[in-house]
Design a protein around this ligand. Sequence first.
Ligand code: ZN
Length: 112
Amino acid sequence: MKTPSLIYILKNLSCPQCGKQSVFQTYLRLKKRCHCGLKISNIDIGDAPSFFAMFFLNIFIILLAITVEIKFSPPLWIHIILWAPLIIILSILLIRYLKVIFLFLNFKYRNK
Ligand SMILES: [Zn+2]
C-alpha cells in the first residue's frame, strides 16, 4: 500500500497510513487508533509540536512587536491586547499542523 504524501496529509490533517480519516479526536487531542489499524497512540511525538510552535512563534511575534514599537510606539496595554490573543490563537492553529507533521515523520522514518 502506497502511503499518502505529506502535503496531502497536511491538507486534510489525516492519518499517515491511509490518508482517509482525521487523526484528531477533539481539536488538539489525537485519536488512539485509526480505522485502518494504525495505532496512533504508539507513535511517540512527545513535546516536539509544542516546542517548535513556541520556538518559531516567539521569533515571529517578537519581530512583529519590535516593528510595531519602532513604527508607532503605542502604550504598553496596546501591546498586551495585540500580542496575547495572537500568540494563543496562532499557537493552537500551529500545533495542529505540527502534530500531523511529526506523526507523519515518525510513521515514515521510525517504524521500520
Ligand atoms: Zn488510517
